[in-house]
Design a protein around this ligand. Structure first.
Ligand code: NAP
Length: 268
């Protein structure tokens, strides 16, 4: 299939570079267009995509168009995008806060639309992306979209009305994880360790804990209990964190991100 990237900034560029390594063996050809030519050429050189000269050329030459421009740009250019969009093409929108319904309104109700919500870790091939589709998207096309995002991490289908929740749990959550890592590293620094070294220890511990959580058959509670032996060190930290509302604080932060996402979708 011909997969075209419209916008090769942070997200579009990262997805293109990530999928670029698998594209040929999956029988796909990548095309790209970006407003600033130097950025386009750099992303194409690193992904094997072919740079094209206009948005029209990109859309006309692609079976799947990955729309990775800023939401306000997409809203202002949607009629221009729609004019070049013919039946049988699939649009994949990366844009935060723009619903599938917006694209159906402009591209027509028969248009195949997929909305994805990746996170910044796609840049290192460890992203988590939710993938939602309208009823027109065939299983074959949908499988191809999943394959693109599996090239930059994990990807799973969710209903579109779950996207705000996805933002709280994976879209924005790397930022809260950084707060946790920084707090651990600073506390270690106060106990005499170099900040950078402490950060490596803390970050590797988070990677290990996360991989365990993803691969173990045991619940998180059982994994935690296995570490919290009576009279040991971990249980002391657990008691303090639980008493100080660690879980409630994380849930409140999560909710604030979800609420803001719902406001953005309403255009606020
Ligand atoms: N960054 C994230 O963590 C993240 C997470 C989830 C979703 N998203 C979504 O991903 C989308 C892109 O975000 P981003 O962070 O990648 O933004 P970005 O780095 O600013 O990328 C946007 C790209 O679109 C290009 N562009 C703008 N107008 C254009 C036009 N008329 N024709 C062709 N290209 C044009 C820009 O070109 P120039 O080179 O000229 O600037 C830029 O390279 C947004 O809709 C955002 O909501 C981002």
């Amino acid at each position: 299939m011909k997969i075209g990237f419209l916008g090769t900034g942070n997200m579009g560029g990262a997805i293109m570079r990530g999928y670029g390594k698998d594209a040929e063996k999956n029988g796909d050809k990548l095309l790209a267009y970006n407003r600033t030519r130097e950025k386009l050429e750099a992303a194409c050189a690193e992904s094997g995509a072919e740079p094209v000269n206009s948005m029209k050329e990109l859309i006309e030459g692609s079976d799947i168009v990955v729309l990775a421009m800023e939401p306000k740009t997409i809203r202002s250019m949607i009629d221009e995008i729609a004019a070049d969009f013919s039946a049988g093409k699939l649009l994949v929108s990366v844009a935060a806060g723009i619903a599938i319904g917006f694209f159906e309104e402009h591209l027509g109700e028969d248009a195949m639309i997929v909305r994805v919500m990746p996170n910044m870790a796609v840049k290192i091939g460890e992203g988590m992306t939710s993938v939602s589709r309208n009823t027109k998207v065939t299983d074959r096309s949908f499988t191809k979209v999943l394959q693109i995002f599996e090239g930059v991490g994990r990807a799973e289908e969710v209903d579109e009305d779950m996207i705000d929740t996805v933002i709280g749990v994976s879209g924005s959550s790397p930022a809260y994880t950084y707060m946790y890592l920084d707090a651990l590293a600073r506390a270690a620094e106060k106990n005499g360790m170099e900040y950078d070294q402490a950060l490596r220890f803390a970050a590797q511990a988070v990677i290990g804990a996360a991989k365990f959580a993803l691969t173990s058959d045991e619940s998180l509670d059982d994994l935690r209990k296995a570490m919290c032996t009576e009279g040991g060190t971990t249980i002391e930290a657990y008691k303090v964190l639980a008493a100080n509302g660690f879980a409630a604080d994380a849930a409140e932060g999560f909710q604030a991100a979800v609420d803001r996402s719902r406001e953005m979708t309403k255009g606020k």
